[in-house]
Design a protein around this ligand. Structure first.
Ligand SMILES: O=C(O)C1=C[C@@H](OP(=O)(O)O)[C@@H](O)[C@H](O)C1
Ligand SMILES: C=C(OP(=O)(O)O)C(=O)O
Length: 450
């Protein structure tokens, strides 16, 4: 599908909202959902998953694991049942694996296939086909896998896996949980110890879940914070009962919307607050946002709380680049918060945003500018001078913001529409279904339009 295919695009104008009130729950965490399906598919026996995110990205992972031999079914109560093939037991897929829009599916599955004696071709949509895969091709080649990729190390690509593979010690050149996870998953079916050295911590769901499934995995933290992660190969994974916590990256849109829309007082239930994911909420609090944690608890080995969010006058800040990995997907909606804050917000260190589903720095620069915000683009971030709480003008008649097949641009600009005078026209809402299929219905519910 093309991002400019006007025959099938689904445009929508998001307009000024009534206060967001009541209680709502966001769907399951996307990162944890992908990993639940993958690890379940590698365990021998039945893994049961409650709260799985049923978004297109996770369904791409499930289809690929089925194509490689796992049985994966959803029952009438919404519980997912995965019967795995065992580490080393993945079968050669008969057709190309369609990864849709999902970078996580692609990179993590490349890790799995790399150390099995099978060949798989990975294809994806126009957005995914622009994204760099060299960052996983390099370490997986060192382990012995062989790749034929489109120019620039992109999809479509064919991967010939190898078994036995060679264990490696790899220092991540870029802060990426996907690269880390690809290598750890490759290490599962590799004799000996595979080591990933992570100078900047990224989301640690793979480490937590691999341990939970019974893999021998250790994490050592050096004096300077560098993490050394070792996994012993030829692992035997044991099936698990998994409860997936709510996705903080999805909660982010409603938290920001409630902070910005006057009169809002909203409780977002069951939000995952793993410290490697939750920096957005700290940054918003530092900007003056009222976000209260209620009933902190553990769900599926992850910290979770209900968040009570009340409308607040936000103040611009300089965002510390050290927090970037722990809120990497939340910058589009943070930019919207900054556009309504009093004063200037400066973000730096966001180079990775340029290689997500879209170049999120330039996409948000263009989108917010069209909606009437005051935004300057730099090499590695945006500088935003906020309105001080006044509504944004909104997009002019006949013009719409371009989402470039990027769900987070679509949802961030939907939130901008709620605090605009004329509304914000988004060119295509279809990408929202990759991570948050019920976004629009939840928005209608909490703003009293259901
Ligand atoms: O490991 C994961 O589940 C993810 C890691 C991040 O990507 P990078 O590893 O490319 O930073 C993030 O942007 C993505 O949405 C999910
Ligand atoms: C970057 C994202 O996902 P992925 O890399 O899996 O496409 C995201 O969900 O914002």
């Amino acid at each position: 599908m093309s991002s400019h295919d006007s025959t099938t695009m689904r445009p929508r104008r998001f307009t000024a909202s009534a206060p967001l009130t009541g209680r709502m729950a966001v769907p399951g965490d996307k990162s944890i959902s992908h990993r639940s399906v993958m690890l379940g598919a590698l365990a021998v026996g039945e893994t049961r998953i409650t709260g799985l995110l049923e978004g297109e990205d996770v369904l791409s992972t499930a289809a690929a694991m089925r194509a490689m031999g796992a049985t994966i079914e959803r029952d009438l109560n919404g519980m997912w049942h995965v019967h795995g093939v065992g580490v080393g037991g993945l079968l050669q897929p008969q057709q190309a694996l369609d990864m849709g829009n999902s970078g996580t599916s692609t990179r993590l599955l490349m890790g799995l296939v790399a150390t099995h004696p099978i060949t798989a071709t990975f294809v994806g949509d126009a957005s995914l086909s622009k994204r760099p895969m060299g960052r996983v091709i390099d370490p997986l080649s060192t382990m012995g896998a062989d790749f034929t990729a489109a120019p620039g190390g992109r999809l479509p690509l064919t991967l010939r896996g190898i078994s036995p593979a060679v264990p490696i010690e790899y220092r991540l050149p870029v802060a990426s949980a996907q690269v880390k996870s690809a290598i750890l998953l490759a290490g599962l079916n590799t004799p000996g110890i595979t080591t990933v050295i992570e100078p900047v911590p990224t989301r640690d769901h793979s480490e937590r879940m691999l341990r939970g499934f019974g893999a021998e995995l250790t994490v050592e933290i050096d004096g300077d914070g560098t993490r050394v992660i070792r996994v012993r190969g030829e692992a035997e994974l044991r099936p698990q009962n998994i409860v997936v916590p709510g996705d903080p990256s999805s909660a982010a849109f409603f938290v920001v919307a409630a902070l910005l829309v006057e009169g809002s007082d909203l409780v977002v239930e069951n939000v995952g607050l793993n410290p490697t994911r939750a920096a957005l909420f700290d940054v918003l609090r530092a900007m003056g946002g009222s976000i209260e944690e209620l009933d902190r608890r553990d769900v599926g080995g992850e910290p979770v709380a209900d968040l009570r969010v009340r409308h607040s006058q936000l103040i611009g800040i300089d965002v510390d680049p050290a927090v970037v990995p722990s809120m990497v997907d939340e910058f589009p909606v943070l930019f919207v918060a900054a556009a309504l804050a009093r004063g200037r917000t400066v973000t730096t260190g966001l180079e990775e945003l340029r290689v997500k589903e879209s170049d999120r720095i330039s996409a948000m620069h263009a989108a917010l500018t069209l909606a009437g915000a005051s935004v300057t683009e730099t090499e590695d971030g945006l500088i935003i001078d906020g309105t001080g709480g006044d509504l944004l003008p909104g997009t002019p008649d006949g013009a719409s913001v371009v989402t470039h097949l990027d769900h987070r641009i679509a949802m961030a600009m939907a939130v901008a529409g709620l605090v605009s005078r004329n509304g914000v026209e988004v060119d295509d809402t279809r990408p929202i279904a990759t991570s948050f299929p019920v976004f629009e219905s939840l928005l209608a519910q909490v703003s009293g339009n259901a």
